[in-house]
Design a protein around this ligand. Structure first.
Ligand code: FE2
Ligand code: FE2
Length: 204
């Protein structure tokens, strides 16, 4: 027998559904091969997996773009920025791992196929020529990622709270990345306006 309890009002009419212990235990034993996906999974799994694979492609493209920028950034202005490029590249890899892990939990397959990676990704791979170009491209990519994660969080809503929490956690880091790229850009602009300072452009 199922009980309905409302955490806020205790009103059975407005309560979200809560199952009793035996029902939960019985349901968990059904379809064991589905792993973490139990009968109460409320989202459209196919769509969630598609979105997660697009997010995975986005993260992998961001790893590669930041790595390139880390190695290519050159000149006096580049020193502090290089550190950010490397750190962001490592954090994008952590995001890719979190997403791949969630895809497995949902019974899907993470797509690491390099063929079509750039077109599956929301953000673009832009090599960048000068240090300023690189920072601008990274900032644009972060803004794309922020928009797409926000949309995914909204789409998933309360239908799959574990996936939503992972996406929210990643979104918060992408917001930090965007803020850091914006402040690097300001710093580079300010320094390059210093009289007598000639920034050496990186070769792209
Ligand atoms: Fe990321
Ligand atoms: Fe990022």
């Amino acid at each position: 027998m199922n009980k309905q309890i409302d955490a806020d009002t205790n009103s059975p009419q407005t309560a979200p559904h809560l199952s009793d212990i035996q029902t939960l235990r019985d349901r968990a034993r059904q379809h064991i091969s589905a792993g973490a996906v139990t009968p109460s999974y409320d989202a459209n799994r196919e769509i969630v997996l598609k979105l997660l694979n697009e997010a995975l492609a986005t993260e992998l493209v961001c790893v590669l773009r930041y790595r390139r920028h880390y190695y290519m950034a050159d000149g006096v202005l580049a020193e502090a920025v290089k550190k950010e490029f490397l750190e962001h590249s490592q954090e994008e890899q952590e995001h890719a791992d979190l997403i791949a892990e969630r895809i497995i939990q949902l019974g899907g397959e993470p797509n690491f196929d390099p063929t079509g990676l750039a077109s599956r990704s929301h953000a673009e791979y832009k090599a960048g020529v000068s240090l300023e170009d690189m920072i601008v491209e990274d900032l644009v990519a972060e803004r794309v990622a922020i928009e797409s994660y926000r949309e995914m969080v909204e789409y998933i809503g309360r239908h799959d709270s574990s996936t939503r929490r992972i996406l929210e956690k990643i979104l918060a880091v992408e917001e930090e990345h965007a803020e850091e790229m914006a402040s690097c850009l300001k710093g580079v602009h300010a320094l390059s306006r210093t009289p007598g300072f000639a920034a050496k452009p990186a070769e792209g």
